[in-house]
Design a protein around this ligand. Sequence first.
Ligand SMILES: CC(C)(COP(=O)(O)OP(=O)(O)OC[C@H]1O[C@@H](n2cnc3c(N)ncnc32)[C@H](O)[C@@H]1OP(=O)(O)O)[C@@H](O)C(=O)NCCC(=O)NCCS
Length: 213
Amino acid sequence: MKTNTLIIGKGDDIITMILDNLVSKNIVGEITILNNLNLPILSNFEHPLFQISISDSVELFKFEKWILGIYKPELKKKIVENLNLLDNHRFINVIHDDVDISLTSTLGFGCLVNSKTSIAAQTQIGNFVSINRNVSIGHHTIINDFVSINPGCNIAGHTSIGELTTIGMGSQILNNVKIGKNTIIGAGSIVTRDIPDNVVAWGSPCKIIRENG
Ligand SMILES: CC(C)(COP(=O)(O)OP(=O)(O)OC[C@H]1O[C@@H](n2cnc3c(N)ncnc32)[C@H](O)[C@@H]1OP(=O)(O)O)[C@@H](O)C(=O)NCCC(=O)NCCS
């Protein structure tokens, strides 16, 4: 299918992941990368199946599909709020082919889910959620809007993660744990107890280190 797609983001490996996945879903055509925040862009970016252009301003509604190509939660929120696009379902999900999502789980819009990730039954994932490689998410879990989950995390069943929170790579979140919003869990943490809003926490067991922001 030939489409006219807008990627809002920057040109690091996230763009490559997005393009590879569009190819496997037979979506090819014109890609425009909108970089209105002047983020660092790979200037020599090329792909055999796409005509790629980079722009710092575009007419948004001329594009059939939009992809939010950003991992940082606060940046994702800032971009969609600045563009006044919070409810716009033109944002598509980019989900790698080998991701395993239970048919009983739900995913919002504007999400990225990278390879070798699995999402078990009855789990709800919000909008603009980014889940990187090799992440396991258990059953009956709630992941709220703008959350980012870095590679290699295991998130057990009946857990919840608040809006705008980042889970650092390789972290383990035990069953029934609730993590608040706008919180950062440092890489390699083992989270055994609830963690509140607006903190940076890490370690095994995970402890609050400081306020976030
Ligand atoms: C939690 C985090 C955001 C803290 O960043 P920061 O505030 O800039 O922390 P610093 O790098 O200044 O480190 C401060 C101290 O905490 C320690 N520290 C930082 N993160 C730690 C972690 N996750 N576990 C244990 N100790 C940690 C550092 O070793 C340093 O100790 P020192 O003062 O004895 O040298 C960051 O360390 C982290 O874990 N980010 C997630 C990274 C990630 O997942 N990347 C994936 C990319 S795809």
